[in-house]
Write a protein that binds this ligand. Structure first.
Ligand code: UDP
Length: 326
């Protein structure tokens, strides 16, 4: 059995590779252009003969088609990632997310190869109807705000996947990830937990955007990849959309305090207006919480919120890196 992971050099993709190798995989192909993914994420797999790294862009139709043809299952995780990165690179983000998904689905439909499509809680947009369940409405703002372009592109990806399921019987599962976090995630593209941990360890101020009352439901990457694998292996899940997240929101102010406490840092918290952080016209969803009823009914479990475990894992990783660099 050959598993193809697009975005296999990324944060979630590399953890998924570990999970598949530990459980089932005979062979794994990791397709990545290493723009936001990094070689260091998969360094530990370099000598594993079951792993092949394919340095390619998911927008490259022919290469993707060949990789999908050789695979028995596809996890399509390659995508533009990080709100900061997306608002700064709207065109590449749209092209990667739209063309990449079209390429994967079109090729998979040839042989009916099962596809997991990584989507995002971002598709709910600025809906205030928390907790979000899969059939809830999405609420987007104007097309002049790049964030909604990302949300729309991900929503179009979902429409495409579901249409391939309906019209071509393609076994697809759509998973909407809610703030997946853990070791290997970089703060470079704006994600809050690695950013705060790095700031706290460096003794710098923790930069809370807005008033910090906005909430997010943080989910450990180890849970996210286990669910990803289980969903694709569950026939009943095919043609369906699932929230993947731990249903227990934390405010960003509380998060900052927890990080300071757990690192034992002297850092202070500073509040920065959203416009200063992300540019004019930025819009921010206030609350984000998944309803995981459907997930629980389908695979029998859902992740528990465990902010302490997440933060400890990230802090331990960053501390170990600092020690190694000395
Ligand atoms: N955030 C923050 N300081 C940072 C980075 C992010 O306060 O240095 C906030 C951000 O505005 C958002 C939350 O933390 O409210 C989560 O941000 P992230 O980019 O990790 O995820 P997303 O916005 O996609 O939920």
């Amino acid at each position: 059995m050959t598993h193809l992971i697009t975005g296999g050099g990324g944060f979630i993709g590399s953890h998924l590779a570990d999970q598949l190798l530990a459980e089932t995989a005979e062979e794994i192909v990791l397709l990545d252009i290493f723009s936001t993914g990094t070689e260091s994420n998969i360094e530990h797999l370099r000598d594993d003969t079951r792993v092949e790294v394919l340095r390619a862009d998911v927008r490259d139709t022919e290469t993707v088609a060949n990789a999908v043809t050789d695979a028995d299952a596809v996890y399509h995780l390659a995508a533009a990632v990080g709100v900061k990165h997306i608002v700064e690179n709207p065109l590449t983000s749209l092209e990667t997310n739209l063309r990449g998904t079209e390429n994967v689905l079109e090729a998979a439909a040839e042989d009916g190869t099962p596809v997991f499509l990584a989507s995002s809680s971002e598709v709910y947009g600025k809906s205030e109807d928390v907790p979000f369940s899969e059939r809830d409405n999405a609420v987007y703002g104007p097309t002049t705000t790049p964030r909604w372009g990302y949300a729309t592109a991900k929503a179009v990806d979902e429409f495409l996947a579901l249409a391939y399921h309906d019209e071509h019987d393609l076994p697809v599962v759509v998973g909407r990830y809610f703030n997946i976090v853990g070791p290997r995630q970089t703060g470079q593209y704006g994600m809050v937990i690695p950013t705060f941990v790095e700031q706290a360890l460096a003794g710098e101020d923790l930069t809370v955007y807005g008033d910090g009352t906005q909430t997010r439901s943080f989910t450990h990457v180890a849970d996210a990849v286990e669910i990803t694998h289980e969903l694709l292996a569950t026939e009943e899940a095919h043609g369906e959309v699932f929230n993947i997240g731990a249903p227990d929101p934390t405010s960003i102010n509380d998060l900052a305090e927890r990080v300071i406490e757990l690192t034992g840092s002297d850092s202070k918290i500073t509040h920065i207006p959203f416009e200063e952080a992300y540019g004019e016209g930025f819009e921010e969803p206030d609350e984000r919480e998944p309803d995981v009823t459907k997930l629980r009914e389908t695979i029998g479990w859902a992740p528990e919120a465990d902010l302490e475990r997440i933060l400890t894992d990230v802090i331990d990783e960053r501390t170990a890196e600092e020690v190694a660099a000395r």
